[in-house]
Ligand binder design. Structure first.
Ligand code: GLP
Length: 282
């Protein structure tokens, strides 16, 4: 597990965008696992400008989103499909046929939609890079607390707190109370995972995920079992970590080993700046 604590929210967002751009540059036909939520809106905006500046093509990239509200058509304004079009897909040369979400209109079809989604992910060879946000209760995707840690794509009922927060963000009281979400087992199958978290409201979930026991009460804690997971945090989200100094120290050591450590290019630059301007804290 790598934990990067960067100077500001905007540095976090740019860095996560750079990780995605870097992956697409190195592997133009990669499979991305994408997430929604307010944390990802600026990430996608940075990704669009970074990709345009680098003339990066997404035509061969395949994407699978984590989740979608049950019962919303892809053109419904509150759907994650609409979010993805608005924030990302419509701005770059994504091939629509390669962008998937677990959309399902009727609960009776959910099981077959979920099984097909799992099959499609496997058939394409699995997810290369999975992007994750984290809920205040430690959820990933829509895997709420006490989800099975080996779960697969299925319908989940949303917690009241999640519904209230997402409704407030969307300024609506009409969000469905259930969603299709990829499972925790599905997420763990990804070859690489990047988690973004900013803000004090995420601090306790981040502490539970990174330093707490692995337990279903905090679904993100299971990421401790993954071989290649990177948390990219701002100081507020990292504020309840007991070992923040240790993570700063590891970041410094990573930089001194940079020739044999696969840190994406733009990340090196931003962390270098931090070293120059803020060397004393390392
Ligand atoms: C939503 C999504 C998650 C997301 C989380 C955090 O419920 N299903 O994938 O990570 O909430 O959202 P935000 O970034 O708005 O805090």
């Amino acid at each position: 597990m790598r934990v990067l604590i960067l100077d500001s929210k905007s540095e976090v967002e740019k860095t996560v965008a750079a990780c995605i751009a870097d992956r697409v540059m190195r592997q133009p036909d990669c499979v991305l696992g994408l997430a929604t939520g307010s944390s990802l809106v600026p990430v996608y905006a940075h990704l669009v400008s970074q990709a345009k500046a680098a003339k990066l093509s997404f035509a061969d990239v395949k994407t699978f989103n984590l989740d979608e509200y049950l019962g919303l058509t892809p053109d419904h304004p509150l759907s994650f499909a609409a979010y993805m079009r608005e924030q990302l897909f419509s701005h770059l040369d994504f091939n629509e046929e390669y962008t998937r979400l677990p959309s399902c209109l009727h609960a009776r079809d959910a099981e077959s939609v979920a099984n097909r989604y799992e099959t499609s992910i496997r058939a394409i060879g699995g997810i290369d890079l999975q992007l994750l946000g984290i809920g205040e209760n430690g959820h990933i995707g829509f895997n709420e607390p006490y989800s099975s840690l080996s779960s697969r794509t299925r319908v989940k009922t949303l917690c009241e707190a999640t519904l209230q927060r997402n409704s407030a963000l969307e300024n609506t009281d009409r969000l469905p109370s259930a969603a299709l979400t990829v499972g925790i087992g599905t997420i763990l199958d990804a070859r690489e995972i990047v988690v973004i978290a900013c803000g004090e409201n995420k601090a306790s979930a981040i502490a539970a995920a990174i330093q707490g026991p692995v337990r279903a009460r905090c679904p993100a804690s299971v990421l401790q079992l993954h071989q290649r997971v990177t948390y990219v945090l701002d100081p507020d989200a990292a504020s309840q970590l007991d070992d923040a100094e240790y993570f700063y120290e590891v970041m410094r050591n990573e930089l001194s080993l940079r020739s044999d450590y696969p840190v994406p290019g733009p990340l090196r630059t931003s962390t270098d700046t931090r070293l120059k301007t803020d060397g004393g804290r390392f």
